[in-house]
Design a protein around this ligand. Structure first.
Ligand SMILES: [Zn+2]
Length: 428
């Protein structure tokens, strides 16, 4: 968003560049310009960058982005930048890590300062002693075999394929494009169609900041008078991006990243309704907006849950599920920015119900929406489709199309089955 300044005002700009002059040492070059201007002034935003990403930027010896102010926090470093600079950071992260996210957007400077000063907030965000989440004790025992086994054959590749086909028919699902708004609204209408027979299910749209692309939230109200206050979240992002240019102008079909994830969430919804399942806990199935631009949608959403102290007992993230990049493994459980206890629970579910090979891996930064939940102290897990080093080479390009997987969802349905086991075993 731009605001035009019509009167001549005095502006003092500070331009800083990060330069590398010797190994592992950052030198900030500060150039202060004082100028009279009638030009339009871009709206600034504050972003938080994780240490690993910042180190990578400085190590690259590139002038990756320009910033106007800097605050060093204990976990992240905060920069005040124009919005266009965030696209450069996204591009750098995509290029160097072949993943999404890696920075996050804050609304304004006061929020940055409050975050730095508010010790309790820091304790909460690191799942500390006083965190309300500590009071929740998820039951990770596995004892719903007959129920889980009866659901697994219900998984439909045909339906999953149809959702991927539809979502890739949008030229792009970029968060600032008209198509990207329409695609998320279609997800909502499809979930409304699937759940029309149930009055304990509803679809809501969550709008973050001032953007038009909503996150879509399907809520299945819990049937147990006590456990209904606890929420199980299963989600994935609905937006897409093309790395060559972060705009609505270029095509970004995003078949694997992440039409496939939305498709298996939709199939899970279809099965819940067909099995006439009435969960004890409240279940929320979420299609996040704006994941590809610093996981903005999920950060804003998870913060609301934190502020309301919603009892979320577990979060499962499904992002990129239909590319079998690792010959030896079907699942790579991401061990950083996730909850170890819940990760071990997922590993047990794979061993018990899927009997497929899995391994551990790390993103080394907050690579998808699980990191937003993790940041606000919730138990989140991210089972990836392949080792990071064997990631889908087509993501974030015009080539992330459904034909790359022969128009079929053979790999994706393994994740639907994992989501079924996760849901039914946690909801007991
Ligand atoms: Zn993704």
């Amino acid at each position: 968003m731009f605001s035009v300044i019509f009167t001549r005002i005095l502006l003092a700009y500070t331009f800083c560049t990060i330069r590398m002059v010797m190994k592992n040492k950052i030198v900030l070059t500060l150039l202060v310009l004082t100028t009279w201007t009638t030009a339009a002034s871009a709206r600034d935003m504050w972003i938080g960058i994780e240490p690993f990403v910042l180190k990578s930027i400085t190590d690259s010896r590139q002038r990756v982005f320009e910033y106007k102010d800097i605050i060093k926090g204990s976990k992240e470093t905060y920069f005040r930048v124009e919005e266009k600079e965030t696209y450069k950071i996204s591009h750098f992260i995509h290029h160097n890590f072949q993943r999404c996210g890696g920075y996050r957007v804050l609304h304004n400077k006061p929020e940055v300062e409050v975050k730095l000063m508010d010790k309790k907030a820091l304790v909460r965000s690191t799942f500390g002693e006083y965190d309300f989440q500590k009071l929740i004790n998820p039951d990770y025992s596995i004892n719903q075999a007959s129920l889980v086994e009866s659901w697994l054959p219900q998984v439909s590749r045909q339906y999953t394929n149809s959702v991927i086909t539809h979502l890739t028919s949008y030229r792009t699902r970029f968060y600032k494009s008209e198509e990207g708004v329409a695609a998320l609204k279609w997800i909502g209408s499809e979930w409304e169609r699937l759940t029309a027979s149930r009055n304990d299910m509803k679809v809501d749209y969550f709008y973050y900041q001032t953007h038009d692309q909503p996150s879509v939230i399907l809520t299945i109200e819990g049937s147990d008078p006590v456990l209904k206050d606890e929420v199980i979240v299963i989600g994935g992002h609905g937006d897409s991006i093309n790395d060559t240019e972060h705009s609505a102008a270029v095509a970004a079909p995003g078949a694997d990243d992440n039409a496939a994830g939305i498709a298996i969430l939709s199939d899970l919804t279809r099965i819940i309704v067909e099995q006439n399942y009435k969960p004890k806990h409240t279940i929320q199935i979420i299609a996040y907006a704006a994941e590809e631009v610093g996981i903005q949608g999920s950060y804003d959403l998870a913060r609301v849950y934190r502020d309301k102290q919603t009892k979320v007992i577990g979060v499962l993230q499904l992002d990129g599920v239909n590319y079998k990049g690792s010959p030896d493994y079907d699942f790579a459980l991401i061990s950083d920015f996730t909850n170890n206890d819940q990760n071990l629970f997922l590993a047990s579910l794979i061993d018990t119900y899927l009997k497929l090979p899995w391994t551990w891996d790390q993103c080394n930064y907050g690579c998808s929406d699980h990191a937003a939940w993790n940041y606000y102290g919730f138990r989140a897990s991210f089972p990836a489709e392949a080792l990071i080093k064997e990631e889908n080479p087509y993501i974030h390009s015009v080539e992330d199309t459904f034909d790359k997987s022969n128009f079929d969802s053979v790999h994706a349905v393994k994740f639907t089955k994992l989501a079924i086991a996760y849901l039914l075993e946690l909801d007991q």
